[in-house]
Ligand binder design. Structure first.
Ligand code: NDP
Length: 333
């Protein structure tokens, strides 16, 4: 059973030296538990933020196994309700096999392709869905801007906004990603943040201002869009990937100028964690609606699959560098 342990917490950019691969025996389940073998690991930008300190979960520390979620298959069951061959989602960490209790796992239906369970029918799709509809409260005719727009969450946000009748602008790094947004995914405009200053580019692309900003990046991006917001605009604080792969002691703290602008423009800023919206069957209803859009061809799904357990560190480092288009997964051998 191969595992990745955090050798040392990064003080700046994440590198391969921060992980160490170890090998141990395959564990056995006790009563109420199952042994699962991972098929696909989900790579999330936020995994780097877990190394900075406590967030919506406890901080990761040196010496522990790298945390993370995966799509796995039950290979030995001592738990009621789970049988060999069942597909499950859970926090396995970066290891090939793990023993978990039935309560720690979500049993999943089959999907075609099965990887969509970690993508549009998983955290990425649900984050886009609830963030845009429940937090951003988009309405027909709104101008919506999303950052990290060619990534897992962002690519789905923009397409749901189109389905809801919005004018949609994506911000992404590089011409290839921007072309993908406008040509393949139907965004109205795309801003390449690597091509020049962001504020004027957002101003030009938003065509009169922004009603909803779905912020995946934070920092300079937040400022550039904030000062382009329209009256009554809503800012959805989904994530701040620009602050993840950095030295936390150098994080900027200034918010000068921001409060008065919120007042003058009657803006709302709201953060959320996707699981806030799962209760009472809402998660299942959201997945059903996402499935309808995928099956009717209105919502296109982008996947970025890296092969091989041993490539987990490189895959996460590459995600933070923007090497992915859509949801990045690692297929276990
Ligand atoms: P993505 O698939 O979007 O990949 C991350 C992307 O971020 C990269 O492809 C890169 O694209 C962009 N990026 C990286 N560094 C920078 C930077 N310094 N400035 C601008 N862009 C950068 O990852 P996820 O879909 O996993 O995550 C997207 C966001 O959603 C994250 O902020 C994450 O924390 C958040 N999230 C929040 C959840 C919640 O419950 N609130 C749940 C899940 C995710 P490019 O080439 O364009 O730079």
């Amino acid at each position: 059973n191969r595992q990745f342990v955090i050798a040392e917490l990064p003080k700046g950019k994440l590198g391969p030296e921060h992980f160490r691969m170890i090998e141990s025996g395959v564990p056995s389940p006790s009563d109420g538990q199952v042994l699962v073998r991972v098929r696909y690991f989900a790579l999330d930008a936020a995994m780097r933020a877990w190394m900075l300190g406590p967030t919506y979960r406890a901080a990761l520390t040196a010496g522990q196994m790298m945390a993370g979620t995966a799509l796995a298959e039950v290979v030995h069951s001592k738990a009621a309700g789970l049988v060999v061959g069942d597909l499950v989602f859970g926090e396995t960490g970066w290891q090939e096999y793990s023993v978990l209790s039935a309560q720690q796992l979500t049993k999943l239906p089959q999907a075609d392709p099965v990887t969509y369970l970690l993508n549009v029918y998983g955290t990425a799709g649900l984050t886009a869905y609830f963030g845009l509809l429940e937090v951003g409260k988009v309405e027909n005719g709104d101008t919506v801007i999303v950052s990290a727009a060619a990534g897992a969450v962002g690519s789905i946000v923009g397409q749901i906004a189109k389905i809801k009748g919005c004018r949609v602008v994506g911000i992404a790094g590089g011409k290839a990603k921007c072309d993908m947004l406008t040509v393949d995914l139907g965004f109205d405009a795309a801003v390449d943040y690597k091509a020049g200053p962001l504020f004027p580019a957002v101003q030009a692309a938003s065509n009169g201002g922004v009603d909803v900003y779905f912020d995946n990046v934070g920092g300079d991006f937040f400022e550039a869009v904030l000062f382009n917001m329209k009256q009554g605009g809503r800012l959805v604080a989904c994530g701040a990937v620009s602050a993840y792969d950095t030295d936390p002691s150098k994080a900027p703290q200034a918010v000068r100028g921001v409060p008065a602008w919120f007042t003058a423009r009657r803006l709302t800023l709201r953060g959320f964690i996707v699981s806030d919206f799962y209760a009472g069957g809402a998660r299942e209803r959201a997945i059903a609606e996402l499935r309808g859009w995928v099956e009717s061809g209105q919502l296109k799904v982008r996947e970025d699959i890296v092969d091989g357990f041993e490539n987990l560190p490189a895959a996460l480092i590459g995600l933070l560098a923007g090497n992915n288009i859509g949801k990045r997964l690692v297929r276990a051998a």
